[in-house]
Design a protein. Structure first.
Length: 85
């Protein structure tokens, strides 16, 4: 029996950010951009079958909502990730 699948969805702003990031990296290193895109897609597929795989946020409001996150690289310190959610 296969594990139940959960719906993993990206907010529109997250999709836009992802596209911008991949496009930015691809301008100088197309192979690195493709590798990052594959890594993110793989992690999203994993997350749909193993929802407890992600980390729990430090933000109490996100914890109450049941949000988890996966890091697919090194996040930039200037980004306000909790504010985007």
């Amino acid at each position: 029996m296969s594990p139940p699948e959960h719906v993993v969805r990206l907010l529109r702003i997250a999709e836009d950010d992802l596209n911008e990031i991949i496009t930015y990296i691809a301008a100088d290193r197309p192979s690195a951009a493709a590798a990052l895109a594959r890594k993110i897609e793989k992690n999203l597929r994993l997350f749909s079958t193993q929802s407890y795989l992600g980390r729990i946020s430090d933000e109490e409001g996100l914890v109450r909502l049941g949000y988890r996150y996966l890091e697919c690289g090194i996040p930039h310190g200037a980004r306000d990730y909790a504010g985007l959610l």
